[in-house]
Design a protein around this ligand. Structure first.
Ligand code: ADP
Ligand code: MG
Length: 389
């Protein structure tokens, strides 16, 4: 959808935060932060409850005054502007529609407030965009939660902001509806092409929707990247654990040869490609070797001879196995890691792979990533699961 307003607001839809921070008394909610959100991108701020996401978003909106730093929208320094003078709109978890107005009037509200008389065309366009044309004359309470949230999005977008800020907009919806709305919001963003900054604590949500994700931890951006890049190349244990599951082996650098780093762990050797090590590898030094559960194959110890050469391998014993249809998730106790997680796709199931079985875990060395050993292996673990919204 392209409208005239949009063409006039085109350009300058990027958000640039420079040294922005927020302290409350002696508590720092957001440490000085530099961040550029490219125009037209779907950008997610991802992190556990309390890490500073809402505070960051509110500083962009002008609802919170930064302790230091500046906010630019395009070329314009908006740091000193009040919220209503900034070309941004915010959608919150509690969509707060006007209960006495029908859907049409809820969407028309921003235009009417600006004294615009002929709202019909734009309101209809917006209702069509969020696929609620049929519901125009209903009151908010007659709609589902997902539909109400779409009204809230339409009500914000009709003002043609350069940037739409969304603060856990799907948090109140049940899981199935949330999945649908994720795709729906992504479609809307693609269609209108404006910058979306989406705050969520749900890693799957961020990965599904965003072009670029900033993973926040305790008031800092820990890593920034595309979903695939963050997943495949986490640079800290926090990111490795917060986005999906990672297995870590505390290893010692045994030797380096060409592009390979040979690691020693629990009496065995593992290979790490140098390009995948985000910490310096010096002989005798420590490194954390990480590998994702779905990258690992599981072979019964009796068949160990059939494992191809050149794979990283460790031995262990299965302690748990959960069949979940598309895959079986195993927990394996090994000398180098007491709770190794392995996901085996459900193609040909080996009935011997059951708790108690002695197994060999093996994977392509290219799937090993190396992290600085001087960090907490469990940083970021289960933060998502523990959270109650
Ligand atoms: N007005 C305030 N006064 C004091 N502390 C605050 C205030 N607003 C937020 N905080 C604190 O700042 C931290 C970050 O909050 P917030 O940005 O809301 O986190 P998130 O949105 O990631 O859950 C939290 O520890 C919160 O308690
Ligand atoms: Mg919040």
């Amino acid at each position: 959808m392209k409208t005239t307003e949009e063409t006039t607001t085109a350009g300058g839809g990027d958000v640039r935060l420079t040294g922005i921070s927020k302290t409350y008394g002696d508590f720092t909610a957001v440490h000085p932060l530099d961040l550029t959100v490219p125009q037209g991108s779907f950008f997610a701020l991802l992190g556990a409850s309390g890490c500073g996401k809402t505070t960051t978003l509110r500083m962009i909106a002008g609802l919170e005054e930064p302790t230091s730093g500046t906010v630019h929208l395009g070329d314009q320094d908006v740091t000193a502007l009040p919220p209503y003078k900034r070309p941004v709109n915010t959608v919150f978890q509690s969509y707060a529609l006007f209960p006495h107005l029908d859907i049409y009037e809820n969407v028309a509200f921003g235009l009417r407030r600006r004294g615009i008389k002929s709202v019909k065309k734009q309101v209809e366009e917006m209702l069509e965009l969020v696929q609620l044309g049929e519901q125009a004359r209903k009151k908010p309470h007659q709609l589902s939660g997902g539909q109400q949230q779409r009204v809230a999005v339409a009500r914000a977008l009709i003002n043609h902001p350069k940037v739409l800020l969304l603060d856990e907009p799907l948090g109140a919806l049940d899981l199935k509806l949330r999945r649908q709305m994720q795709l729906e919001l992504k479609r809307i963003q693609t269609e209108v092409g404006i910058t979306f900054v989406h705050v969520t604590h749900d890693q799957e949500e961020a990965m599904t929707m965003a072009d670029c994700v900033a993973v926040m931890n305790a008031g800092r951006v820990e890593q920034l990247g595309t979903p695939a890049d963050l997943y495949e190349n986490p640079r800290t244990t926090f990111v490795a654990n917060f986005l999906g599951t990672s297995n870590f082996i505390e290893a010692e650098v045994d030797a380096t040869s060409g592009d390979d780093i040979v690691l020693k762990a629990g009496g065995g050797k593992l290979v790490l490609h140098r390009s995948r090590a985000s910490a310096p590898a010096t002989t005798g030094g420590k490194i954390l070797a990480g590998v994702r559960p779905e990258k690992i194959s599981l072979t019964h110890a009796d068949d160990a001879g059939r494992i191809p050469e050149g794979r990283n391998r460790i031995t262990g014993r299965i302690t748990e196995s959960s069949f979940i249809g598309v895959s079986t998730q195993f927990v394996v106790d090994s000398p180098v890691c007491s709770d190794f997680e392995v996901y085996v796709q459900n193609i040909d199931r080996d009935p011997r792979l059951a708790p108690g079985a002695e197994v060999v875990l093996h994977w392509n060395p290219a799937h090993t990533f190396g992290l600085d050993a001087a960090q907490d292996i469990d940083a970021g673990v289960e933060t998502v699961e523990e959270e109650v919204v």
